[in-house]
Design a protein around this ligand. Structure first.
Ligand code: ADP
Length: 989
């Protein structure tokens, strides 16, 4: 129930209760009036009755006195008679008055009055008689009894009156009772009713009060909430009464105005809220006043500054509103404002950014156009208009190609509307570098433009349009054409360079080979002895030629790497094997300077690398170490595991490299200026080496200090390679299945290791014997196919061992190769040595000797010649001379046709094939022979100065027995290989 209804009920209750009480009061009043009237009438009746009694009494007293006097004649007896006579009349008069309202009684009194007079007269007469006439006179009268008779009449009348009065008394008493009862009932009922109503009202009132209390509590709470809210909100709030006097300030307002609530309460709003215009600094009309004036909500004027009481200033914004109750009554104004000092500076920054952006867009050389999601242009900068010749359009995007005159780059085909970059960007696509040709009435000459576009998305990621940026491509097209021309030029130049290099490689190497070959042959005593000077000259020619060849090879390698034409064939390379080969090939060089070459690596370790280039890197580094270290140095080639990688390092004890020169070391042609040394070199070795290492995904590093040696190293990832069976030696093919077993008798561990690795890397089973005293027993037990034997050994000299071996029938036939620093081949031959090699012995020489020995134990010699296919006459001559000097029968062919005819006529023992031939290339010949069953098994060695591609190399490795490059020292290698395949038929024939 709401409080209004409760109120009404309570009021109604009170009204009813009041009415009841009034009624009850009125009823009681009436009843009481009746009662009082009844009492009055009762008293009246009693008075009447009294008066009647008195009348009777007076008459009786008078009679009594009369009678006494009559009897006695004593005057004293007349006293009561006289007083009764005196009072009887007033009494009767009173009686008459008292019963004036009662006609019956009046009638009776009218009857009574004469009777009383009669009585009184009778008595007076008797008294008078008595007095006058004595007793006797009276006796007759008394006896006559007339007096009594009157008296009886009087008595009867009075009795009637008394009865009447008694009746009236009873009636009035009953009326008074009835009225009292009625009054009592009315009072009781009224009391009960009003009590109930009062109880009801009380209950209602109580409920009303409790609801009111609750409402008041709720109101208080809500007021508190409002006040807390007002205090907590970030905006400042000031409230005023209808006079504009401050009634409330929340904390923010207090903080901004500098006024606290106590100070401000009751003060004029103008005082507390002191505002001026930000620019003019002139007072601004207080919004509260405006509200009073206009009676509606008003905002603050722009650029308003609040002057705080303590002198601070704030940029503010917001407004004021009248405070109006539900009933429309207004009782003040509320002013809400906030400090926008920060916001203003942000706004200023945003404006600045916007202006800047606008400025940029307008000053940009590129055209920029932005369309919203409906395809309506929202930005079109000046350059866009200048470039396109027309401004934006309200037309549908489908009309854009027409409006802007858009064509494909062919300048003819109209650009499809759906493909227009801005349309695509609006669709959500990213568009890059689309070429469009623009031509229309205002741009009849047309302009090629390059357009890129991006979709625009709002912060929620919803597509809100697209933007395109485009620029004039005219200049770019010119540049592109120039670039294309330059590129073609560069390609032509590069091709020319390639051609030049490959021609150079062939054309330079070919005569150089002749120089080297002939100088070699000249130096050979078998062609006749030279005098010392001639020998020196020949030596110069040879070393000059070699230097030139190295230089050419290095330049070609470097240019190949730089041109990106150097290909790597990645394979799993066994590090120990590679080390052994490197050491073996450089051993002679190291031995010349008495260097100790050491290697350290786990036999199972492999790295992923191009085997040939990996060895080339090592050869370069070890070669440098040998070259630049003073004699008797220690050079170490090692592989170590470092952080999951394999670190390959070449360490020497040479002069070291000063730190300031280290960073230039890998530059082409850079050589250190080492005083006092004139080591030959090109300055290209390290440049090539570091590039080769880089091609393997690593970096060549150096640790070195002047005077304390150098360490060149690089890291390669290790590869796990399952253990494979040892490769079969080449030689074993011609001599059955068993791998030739070579016993190495050498007490020096390092030398023994070297010979061991040289033989093992060529596939021989090698047994080391470092105790010469046990050599014979071991040879008897193991029956090797050949033995290498050192001479200067302890405790048994090598010659002694040789004797033992040659004198024991069980070992007599085992060929013995003496490998020694003792240069006395005669003794060896005398004691039965099959070969005599003077240290340092390189791998090829050793292998050739072993092969010769093994073959001497094998089948008969070959009779067929070797066919040399070579177009360059001098090279052909060098090769032929070389072969014949080693006792081989040789035939020649100058081109492919001759070679083909020669082979068709009779199969040679072997063909040595040059690749660069007139008319038909060597590779074509090779392919032809391999395809013909008759010649498919023919042994072919390729000897060329051609710069081979990887593919050619692969083909040759698959189809020829060996490949010799004229740019490297091929002669010895060729002879060594030949000895495996072909047996010489004659010496110096
Ligand atoms: P080259 O050996 O033909 O001179 P490199 O490029 O191989 O060219 O070497 C460049 C220079 O670096 C050499 O001339 C030499 O001065 C220096 N150098 C290379 N290796 C060593 C080394 N192990 N010890 C000292 N100096 C070295």
């Amino acid at each position: 129930m709401n409080w209004q209804m409760g109120n009404r009920l309570v009021l109604g209750g009170f009204a009813i209760a009041t009415a009841i009480l009034i009624f009850v009061g009125w009823q009681s009043y009436r009843s009481t009036g009746l009662l009082v009237e009844a009492v009055h009438w009762r008293d009246h009746t009693y008075e009447v009755l009294n008066s009647l009694d008195e009348t009777v009494g007076h008459l009786s007293d008078a009679e009594t006195g009369q009678r006494g006097y009559l009897l006695t004649g004593d005057e004293t007896y007349l006293e009561p008679y006289r007083s009764a006579i005196k009072t009887i009349d007033p009494t009767v008069t009173r009686l008459k008055n008292l019963t004036a309202d009662n006609p019956n009684q009046q009638k009776r009194i009218q009857a009574l009055a004469p009777l009383i007079e009669k009585k009184l007269a009778e008595m007076q007469s008797t008294v008078d008689l008595r007095r006058n006439k004595g007793v006797a006179a009276t006796t007759g009268i008394v006896l006559e009894g007339s007096g009594k008779h009157v008296m009886d009449q009087i008595r009867t009348l009075i009795a009637g009156m008394t009865n009447e009065e008694n009746y009236l008394l009873r009636t009035r008493a009953q009326q008074a009772d009835a009225s009292a009862t009625k009054s009592a009932r009315a009072v009781l009922a009224g009391a009960l009713l009003s009590t109930s109503l009062m109880v009801l009202c009380f209950a209602l009132l109580k409920r009303e009060l409790s609801e009111r209390k609750k409402a008041q509590e709720a109101l208080a709470k809500s007021e508190k909430w409002f006040s807390t809210t007002l205090s907590s909100i970030g905006d400042a709030v000031i409230a005023t009464d209808m006079n504009g006097a401050v009634t409330f300030l929340n904390p923010v307002a207090q903080q901004l105005t500098g006024w606290n609530l106590e100070q401000a309460r009751g003060k004029s709003m103008d005082l507390v809220f002191d505002i001026v215009n930000a620019e003019t600094r002139r007072p601004v009309e207080n919004p509260v006043k405006k509200v009073f004036r206009e009676g509606k909500i008003v905002g603050l004027a722009d650029h308003t500054v609040l002057l705080s009481k303590d002198g601070r200033q704030f940029d503010i914004e917001d407004g004021a509103a009248p405070i109006i109750t539900e009933t429309g009554e207004s009782f003040g104004v509320v002013l809400v404002f906030r400090d926008i000092t920060d916001k203003k500076s942000v706004d200023q920054e945003i404006k600045y950014q916007k202006d800047l952006m606008q400025l940029i867009l307008e000053s940009m050389g590129d055209g920029v156009a932005v369309a919203d999601a409906t395809g309506k242009f929202v930005l079109f900068n000046r350059s866009a208009e200048q470039l396109l010749g027309v401004g934006p359009t309200d037309a549908d995007p489908q009309q854009w190609p027409d409006h802007f005159g858009l064509f494909y780059p062919d300048q003819k085909t109209p650009f499809p509307a759906d493909e227009v970059p801005l349309t695509r960007a609006v669709r959500g696509e990213s568009v890059d570098s689309v070429e469009i040709f623009v031509r229309h009435e205002k741009r009849p000459e047309g302009v090629p433009i390059c357009v890129s576009g991006r979709p625009l998305r709002d912060p929620n990621g919803t597509l809100s349009g697209g933007v395109v940026v485009f620029h004039d491509m005219t200049q770019q097209k010119v540049s592109e054409e120039a670039l294309l021309f330059a590129k073609e030029q560069a390609e032509r130049t590069s091709k020319f360079k390639d051609q030049f290099l490959s021609t150079m490689s062939h054309e330079l190497r070919t005569p150089l080979n002749a120089v080297l070959g002939f100088s070699d042959l000249l130096a050979d005593p078998r062609y006749g002895a030279l005098n010392d000077r001639q020998q020196r000259y020949v030596g110069h020619i040879h070393s000059g030629g070699e230097h030139l060849l190295k230089l050419i090879n290095d330049i070609l390698d470097l240019s190949k790497i730089e041109a990106g034409r150097m290909e790597l064939t990645q394979e799993d390379v066994n590090i120990t094997g590679a080390f052994a080969e490197v050491i073996s090939s450089l051993y002679p060089l190291a031995a010349k300077k008495s260097h100790v070459l050491l290697q350290e690596a786990d036999a199972e370790w492999h790295v992923r690398a191009d085997s040939m280039r990996f060895k080339q890197v090592l050869v370069n580094l070890v070669g440098n170490a040998i070259k630049f270290s003073p004699d008797r140095g220690r050079i170490e080639l090692a592989a170590r595991k470092v952080g999951g990688q394999i670190r390959i390092e070449v360490r020497d004890e040479g002069p070291g490299i000063p730190p300031e020169e280290q960073n230039r070391l890998f530059e082409a042609f850079y050589r250190l200026s080492q005083p006092g040394t004139a080591v030959e070199g090109t300055g290209l070795g390290l440049a090539i080496t570091s590039k080769l290492v880089e091609m393997h995904g690593s970096k060549l590093e150096i640790e070195s200090e002047s005077g304390s040696g150098s360490c060149f190293y690089f890291l390669l990832p290790p590869v796990e390679v399952p253990v494979r069976p040892r490769p079969q030696p080449v030689a074993s093919k011609s001599r059955g299945d068993r791998t030739p077993r070579i016993m190495v008798i050498e007490d020096n561990v390092a030398t023994g290791q070297l010979i061991h690795s040289q033989l093992a890397s060529s596939g021989y089973e090698t047994i080391r014997c470092d105790k010469p005293e046990q050599a014979l027993d071991m040879a008897v037990a193991l029956q090797p196919d050949a033995i290498t034997l050192d001479l200067l050994m302890k405790p048994v000299h090598g010659l002694e061992v040789l004797l033992q071996l040659k004198n024991d029938p069980r070992t007599l036939k085992i060929p013995v190769i003496v490998v020694t620093i003792v240069d006395q081949p005669g003794i060896g031959g005398a004691l039965g040595a099959d070969e005599y090699l003077v240290k340092p012995v390189d791998k090829q020489t050793l292998l050739a000797a072993v092969e010769r020995c093994l073959r001497s134990r094998g089948g008969p010699a070959q009779a067929r010649p070797i066919l040399v296919v070579e177009d360059d006459q001098s090279t052909r001559e060098v090769v032929v001379d070389l072969l014949t000097s080693f006792g081989y029968a040789v035939s020649t062919a100058c081109d492919g046709a001759e070679a083909r005819a020669s082979v068709a006529q009779s199969l040679p023992a072997l063909i040595i094939l040059d690749l660069v031939l007139p008319k038909m290339s060597g590779l074509e010949l090779l392919a032809e022979w391999r395809a013909t069953p008759r010649t498919s098994e023919l042994s072919v060695f390729v000897l060329t100065s051609k710069d081979l591609s990887k593919e050619e190399e692969r083909y040759i490795h698959a189809n020829a027995e060996s490949l010799f490059l004229k740019q490297s020292s091929w002669r010895e290698a060729l002879i060594n290989q030949l000895e495996r395949v072909v047996t010489p038929t004659a010496v110096n024939s």
